[in-house]
Design a protein around this ligand. Structure first.
Ligand code: NAP
Length: 248
């Protein structure tokens, strides 16, 4: 029987690449999205073409009830989740600290931090051997920004990813004796649409050349590391944060 994965924000970018790689590795996949249903349905069709089951579930990870409903949909339509990738995340237009307001910061924190914690909670309820589960694996998407701080661009986003690093450690320690491994990856500059949402669509091209490896990364290169962390090859890896940033 196939293992079952939930990938948040899987309609495009890194999440899409993870969903497709997991399907190629024999997982059935819940393709979560927030706004772009047709893109999510496209990913579902690609997964089905690989011979795996997939469902598209709309859930805004900023909304607790949406997350609960998404996990219940997976229970009913796919089965017991064994892998969770907390990929959904946003930036906001680049801005100096002095121009930021609380609404902007709260929105980032709700999606990137609160959403990640609540998704971990729902996964833990199903995976924890203390609660009758058979274990599982969680991978959270942090960012190189957590280390560098993103001064003058989005210190709020960087702080949200610092929180992802910390919650990854804490939740990993809390669940370590309950059959659940929890790790994170810190991508650097990756070729997705997220840069356009920060108001700098050519950021990938502009920043890539200045990186130690002389280029930005692809969503597939990040997905490879995530799929490794989800696999049995990483059976002794937990509470670890892996940089996938070309040396940055
Ligand atoms: P992206 O191309 O902008 O895609 C974002 C995905 O998240 C989309 O599928 C989007 O769905 C979904 N999403 C957005 N808000 C959501 C919400 N409230 N609830 C549920 N889903 C939501 O982003 P990406 O570049 O692939 O980034 C993926 C993750 O990697 C993020 O956590 C990001 O912070 C992290 N990361 C990216 C980079 C990079 O350079 N790309 C670097 C470091 C870290 P809809 O299309 O349906 O709205």
């Amino acid at each position: 029987m196939s293992e079952i994965a939930i990938v948040t924000g899987a309609s495009r970018g890194i999440g899409r690449a993870v969903a497709l790689k997991l399907a190629a590795n024999g997982f059935d996949v819940c393709v979560n999205y927030c706004a772009n249903e047709s893109a999510a349905l496209g990913v579902v069709a690609e997964i089905e073409a690989l011979g795996q089951r997939a469902i598209a579930v709309r859930a805004d990870v900023a909304v607790e009830a949406d997350i609960v409903r998404m996990f219940e949909a997976v229970d009913e339509r796919l089965g017991v989740v064994s892998a969770l990738v907390n990929n959904a995340g946003i930036i906001q237009p680049q801005m100096s600290l002095v121009d930021m307001d609380a609404a902007r910061v709260n929105k980032i924190m709700q999606i990137n931090v609160t959403g990640t914690i609540i998704c971990c909670r729902e996964a833990a309820k199903r995976m924890s051997t203390d609660l009758g589960g058979v274990g599982g694996v969680i991978v959270n998407l942090s960012s190189a920004a957590a280390k560098h701080g993103s001064a003058g661009e989005y210190v709020d986003y960087a702080a949200s990813k610092g929180a992802v690093d910390t919650l990854t450690k804490g939740i990993a320690f809390e669940l370590a004796l309950q059959g659940v491994r929890v790790n994170a990856v810190r991508p650097g500059i990756i070729d997705t649409e997220i840069h356009a949402s920060g108001g700098v669509p050519d950021r990938f091209e502009r920043m890539g050349a200045g990186l130690p490896m002389g280029r930005g990364g692809t969503p597939e290169e990040v997905a490879d590391v995530i799929c490794y962390l989800l696999s049995d090859a990483a059976s002794y890896v937990t509470a670890t944060i892996v940089d996938v940033a070309g040396g940055r």
